[in-house]
Write a protein that binds this ligand. Structure first.
Ligand code: AMP
Length: 286
């Protein structure tokens, strides 16, 4: 099995990318925070199919966590991650330290509007997308890939990144990848390891409610009634709901006729916060 090259600094990353470019190779980047699971691997498979070279980044980005969030506790499984990436045939892993990414004196961030301030995650994590946009723009500039793959699992994040890449003329194609789920429908997430057995058993309710709500809206039922009923079901199922909303899939604003739309949810069970989303199929009334 081929071991991926592990790179820790930007100059070495750029030198390797330059070698590949001279050989005419195309390059795909899969940004992650590590604790890799089957969902992350599915992104790499798409990357493999789209480019000759695949780079994963592994960096638990401190600036996208608020002080009260789980930055220190976030699972870190570097050895296992590398084994998974070797099995996948990834060419390189960029795993910088915080000091490389945010050296002393670092002050610049990307300022966002549009999908980043359309409530949803931003209401509960008001500093989150600035941190995401800053690290993603740095990674794209450091690596200059032809394509970068992001999961639809973090749907608002994907919308923010697409908007940013377009607005800043970043020369990388942003590709969304479908959410990989457990057999019972729970979206696979690095944070699922926090769930107790009872919470894990309750967690698939989120996806079940979303599926039923999406079909009901597509079938022409009154959306606010469907959303209210779905919110109640989630709360009765033991969750504390942050939001469940129906939005335009690109702008994250109000859904508009004849445009793709999405249901998005965030809910806490015990100490774990889960997010998920689902497309609302174009129904008879859409
Ligand atoms: P993270 O390490 O959680 O920042 O995730 C890295 C990338 O993997 C992001 O683009 C996520 O949207 C994506 N991702 C996380 N979970 C899944 C999943 N279950 N299916 C597909 N992609 C995922």
């Amino acid at each position: 099995m081929k071991q991926p090259v592990i790179l820790n600094d930007v100059a070495t990353l750029r030198a390797l990318v330059a070698t590949w470019r001279r050989a005419g190779d195309t390059i795909a980047l899969v940004p992650t925070m590590g604790a890799l699971h089957a969902g992350h691997v599915s992104l790499g498979k798409i990357a493999r199919a789209r480019a000759r070279r695949v780079i994963y980044s592994i960096f638990v980005n401190p600036t996208q966590f608020a002080p009260h969030e789980d930055f220190a506790a976030y699972p870190r499984t570097f050895e296992d991650d590398i084994a998974r990436l070797a099995a996948l045939g990834a060419d390189a892993v960029f795993a910088p330290t915080s000091a490389i990414i945010y050296p002393a004196g670092f002050v610049t961030t990307v300022s966002l509007k549009g999908p980043a301030i359309a409530e949803l995650e931003d209401r509960f994590r008001p500093t989150h997308f600035a941190g995401v946009a800053t690290i993603v723009s740095k990674l794209l500039i450091q690596c200059m890939p032809d394509i970068a793959i992001f999961g639809e699992k973090d749907f608002q994040q994907l919308a923010v990144i697409r908007q940013m890449a377009r607005d800043l003329d970043l020369p990388t194609q942003i590709e969304g990848a479908p959410t990989l789920r457990e057999a019972d429908g729970l979206a696979i997430s690095s944070r699922n390891v926090y769930l107790s057995a009872a919470e894990r058993a309750a967690a698939p309710l989120l996806h079940r409610v979303m599926r039923e709500a999406a079909s009901a809206i597509a079938a022409g039922e009154n959306p606010s009634g469907v959303l209210d009923y779905s919110r109640q079901r989630i709360e009765r199922g033991g969750f504390s709901l942050d939001y469940l909303d129906w939005r335009d899939a690109a702008t994250m604003g109000a859904p508009a006729p004849d445009r793709p739309s999405r249901l998005l949810v965030a809910a806490r069970i015990g100490t774990t916060r889960l997010i998920d989303n689902l497309a609302v199929p174009a129904g008879e009334k859409a």
